[in-house]
Design a protein. Structure first.
Length: 667
């Protein structure tokens, strides 16, 4: 997180509003603070060291409080209230729900009156954090001249995030912040001046933080269960690889052929009659629920896609009538849905957060290709279409909104209608609808996750200007920079050439059969994984026993024994990390827990409840022991998923001798 000041040191602060001292020592303040900043945000510090203040001058409020005056394009305005900054700050921040918040995000550093006001709350608990995001370099410069800046740079519960040099990286910064503060309640606010004069940037920051936090917290649920949902599907699906196809032969194979990427949004109904006449003029991609919506109307896509790990995906895939539909599947897709597919299954590895996928592909000699999965199956298919050489790429059914207060097109679920009351009273950020303008300028209900998906589509189109992207959804949010039109007009302007697409697709898919992958080879890799997991689990048991011994040595005050046990723990942990199962499976699965423990260790360091250093060390020891026990549990859960998949395969009447034979040879 190079644009974010990490949490390093602690200092005790008072809670009164600070009147900043601009005595003759302000130059030395700047030099001292710039040096501190260079240790935390070196890129920003380097830029500031050669930057001059041109537009931002010191001034005083009517209460003799220090203020900053902007001179910008002939206009003048103050960064803080010119009448009473203390009163403005109190009125602004007193409305925050501090009692139910662990993290306060503030867009706008200013002269840090917000920090002065929030110090008492901030240091009342070790798990309270204040995050300040700033995009004005001259504000950074003026702040560095203050004595308060020195305190803030030393404060372990302050995070400073720079979004000044490359504003387009703001989303990355917000994602990193959301990841570090996973599972902590938060509030987002901004300097009153920024709320008034920079509302668009403030809105973006709110969207990024809220959506990314919701995404990270949702992902955390999967990782905190040791990835059990993923691995249950992964191990079952990979046993089916000998009956699958690979997609590398499709890369660049449809250069210049138009593609229609279909979602299951309500507006898809408008395009069904037109789509029926386009199967020989454009490759039609349909993902998940859209397959049901199309096939129920007699429209057979050329490619389907299935990526959802939940059982609802099985219901969708087992109920559509596209029996021979070539379908792209990834290793995390629901294994029952995977098995229910009658047509060719085109396997693509899913390495997002799970390196074991790439490892297994290498072991089996599968030459995959990276697919940008984006936020949903539409983005997954969009990237496939681009990599296949298709142009233009046309979207239908991509509402990203409750068009006409409907969730899906017809024939996806029994009831597609929703009520305003239901969708605006969701339990979390991603289920609570709000109003936005649709492509026609009319108000429409949408969700933060759909806004983010619209933003992603827009960014993707901007990054791939060599392709033409067209939104023919005829409703919903659309995507900025992507042309909105009707599918009928698109067909008249772009879809004028006919192809034998069915035959073309059939030939290329059949050429991609994974004939070189055998059940025996998959079974042997499973035995290798099992052996490595068992080894890590045994090492975790050894480390756990030594931590218990370490606590006993600490109680006895035997410093020599403490050092000896600590060295043995470190040696065993180093040996553990040499196991490929640790690197490829367990460490990635525990990355959320690693963040939680990192925060926990930092909080122990500054928690005032520990009356002695020994108590603090013992508490740290307990946390390390808990972390190792979680690693052991992760290995146990993974072993259960692997072994259960072999049992299921055996119950299906399949030969599993290769697994048990290989298990004996790798012991």
């Amino acid at each position: 997180m190079s644009s974010i000041h990490g949490l390093k040191k602690q200092i005790t602060l008072n809670s009164e509003v600070v009147v900043i001292n601009l005595s003759e020592g302000f130059v030395s303040n700047f030099e001292r603070n710039l040096k501190k900043l260079s240790d935390l945000l070196p890129g920003l510090a380097e830029e500031l060291s050669s930057r001059e203040v041109k537009e931002l001058q010191w001034s005083k409020s009517k209460q003799n409080e220090n203020n900053l005056l902007f001179h910008h394009r002939g206009r003048e305005f103050h960064l803080h209230s010119q009448y009473n900054i203390a009163r403005e700050t109190e009125k602004w921040l007193s409305g925050l729900d501090l009692n139910n918040s662990k993290v306060i995000y503030i867009y706008g550093l200013g002269l840090a009156y917000s920090y002065a006001y929030l110090k008492e709350w901030l240091h009342s608990k070790p798990d309270h954090y204040l995050v300040i995001l700033e995009d004005e370099q001259e504000v950074w410069l003026r702040w560095l001249e203050t004595e308060l800046a020195s305190e803030m740079l030393d404060d372990q519960q302050i995070v400073l995030a720079d979004i000044s040099t490359r504003p387009e990286e703001c989303e990355i910064v917000c994602y990193n912040l959301a990841f570090y503060f996973v599972q902590l309640s938060f509030r987002v606010t901004a300097l009153p001046h920024y709320q008034l004069h920079k509302p668009k940037m403030f809105q973006q920051i709110q969207m990024f933080l809220r959506h990314r936090s919701a995404f990270v917290n949702y992902s955390a649920m999967e990782f905190l269960s040791y990835g059990s949902i993923f691995f249950k599907n992964f191990y079952n699906n990979c046993l089916q690889l000998p009956n699958c196809h690979e997609g590398k032969g499709l890369l660049g194979a449809f250069k210049g052929v138009p593609a229609i990427v279909c979602g299951a949004g309500p507006s898809l109904n408008k395009n069904l009659s037109v789509l029926k006449d386009l199967e020989d003029r454009a490759l039609i991609f349909a993902g998940g629920s859209a397959i049901n919506a199309l096939t129920s109307q007699g429209i057979m896509p050329h490619f389907g896609a299935s990526v959802d790990p939940n059982r609802e995906q099985y219901v969708r895939m087992s109920s559509h009538s596209g029996y021979e539909l070539p379908t792209f599947v990834i290793s995390r897709v629901n294994h029952e849905a995977f098995n229910s597919l009658h047509g060719p299954r085109i396997y693509l590895s899913d390495s997002s957060g799970y390196p074991i996928c790439n490892w297994l592909d290498e072991q089996l000699g599968i030459e995959g290709f990276p697919v940008t999965q984006g936020c949903n199956v539409l983005h997954f298919m969009m990237d496939l279409a681009r990599q296949f050489g298709c142009d233009p790429i046309i979207f239908v059914g991509m509402d990203l909104a409750y068009t006409g207060l409907q969730l899906y097109a017809s024939d996806v679920v029994d009831t597609t209608q929703v009520s305003k009351e239901t969708i605006t009273k969701g339990g979390d950020l991603n289920t609570n609808a709000f109003m936005r303008r649709d492509i026609f300028g009319e108000p429409i209900h949408t969700l933060w996750k759909w806004v983010a998906e619209s933003e992603y589509t827009s960014t993707y189109a901007e990054e791939h200007k060599e392709n033409t992207f067209i939104n023919a959804t005829e409703g919903g949010l659309g995507a900025q920079g992507v042309l909105n039109t009707t599918l009928k007009e698109v067909a008249e302007d772009y879809l004028t050439r006919q192809y034998d697409l069915r035959g073309w697709v059939h030939r290329l898919v059949q050429e991609g059969r994974l004939d070189h992958v055998s059940t025996e080879s998959v079974m042997k890799t499973y035995a290798t994984i099992e052996a490595s997991l068992n080894k890590v689990r045994k090492q975790c048991e050894d480390v756990s026993k030594r931590f218990s011994n370490l606590k006993t040595a600490l109680d006895k005050g035997d410093s020599l024994l403490v050092r000896q046990i600590s060295k043995k723990i470190e040696k065993t942990k180093e040996e553990m990390e040499e196991n490929f199962a640790y690197e490829e499976i367990l460490n990635p699965v525990n990355r959320i827990r690693s963040v939680l423990y990192e925060r926990q260790f930092n909080e122990i360091e500054r928690d005032s409840k520990y009356v002695s250093e020994l108590d603090r060390v013992k508490s740290t020891c307990d946390s390390n022991l808990e972390e190792i026990e979680n690693m052991k549990e992760a290995a146990t859960v993974n072993l259960m998923c692997l072994q259960k998949s072999v049992e299921i395969f055996q119950a299906m009447g399949k030969n599993t001798d290769a697994f048990f034979n290989a298990r004996e040879s790798v012991k």
